[in-house]
Design a protein around this ligand. Structure first.
Ligand code: DC
Length: 220
């Protein structure tokens, strides 16, 4: 068998779809964004500033990030502490976006990701999985959707939570974040040459998951 790599911009539905595909195929789902978020939390806990590259490089050496699976859920441990409940905040997301450009941070987390994929079949999602982490993955998918559709999805989530928001502001944030992810020096977000492009703008979550499973079965 072999691994599945799913890359794409924020809000394309990667994690929801990767989880469904992993469940259906009996693979382990690896959320690499959660690892970058745990590293970012470590930077915040150590008062490291987002623009201090030398300090980020030095500090990441003492962060021990490990992954365990409990009830099919990925748990991220930071120096022995389960940090799943602490990494989904806006503050951590912002720091993750800054600290994930650091080459030393990436080297450390890419090694961990490659080790995980060696021991078991995985569906791994992120920004550089098909291009850097798993260049030999059996199936690579570049999952995207228009910025407007991604903004609408985010808008609905926020409204459901009772938060006040402006869809045009959300869309602008998405466009800015895409630009940063695609233009950074280290491992920018891009479609691998051998990745299949899937645009989920006019597809349901189930349709996208079914399509990926079908593509995988064709290859396996
Ligand atoms: O997908 P996410 O929002 O949880 O990712 C958090 C941050 O980590 C995001 O700014 C992009 C970065 N990231 C990355 O650089 N490489 C990955 N493989 C996964 C995430």
């Amino acid at each position: 068998m072999g691994n599945i790599a799913i890359d794409g911009p924020a809000g394309a539905g990667k994690s929801t779809i990767a989880k469904m595909v992993a469940k259906e195929l009996g693979f382990v789902y690896v959320d690499t964004g959660a690892m970058y978020r745990a590293m970012a939390l470590y930077m915040i806990n150590n008062n490291v500033s987002a623009d201090d590259a030398d300090k980020i490089s030095a500090t990441c050496q003492s962060a021990d990030i490990t992954i365990k699976y409990e009830n099919n859920e990925q748990i991220v441990y930071l120096n022995g502490e389960n940090v799943n409940g602490k990494i989904r905040t806006e503050e951590v997301g912002k720091m993750a976006s800054a600290s994930s450009v650091n080459g030393d941070v990436r080297k450390k987390l890419v090694e961990l990701q490659q080790k995980l994929a060696k021991t078991t079949d995985v569906v791994m999602d992120g920004r550089d999985i098909g291009t850097v982490v798993l260049p030999d993955a059996l199936l690579k998918v570049y999952l995207t959707a228009s910025s407007r559709v991604r903004a609408e999805r985010r808008y609905k989530e926020l409204i459901a939570k009772g938060e006040n928001c402006d869809i045009d502001v959300i869309e602008k944030d998405i466009i800015d974040r895409d630009y940063r992810d695609m233009h950074r020096e280290n491992s920018p977000l891009m479609q691998a040459d051998d990745a299949v492009l899937v645009d989920s703008s006019d597809m349901s979550i189930k349709e996208v998951a079914d399509k990926i499973i079908e593509l995988y079965k064709e290859r396996a």
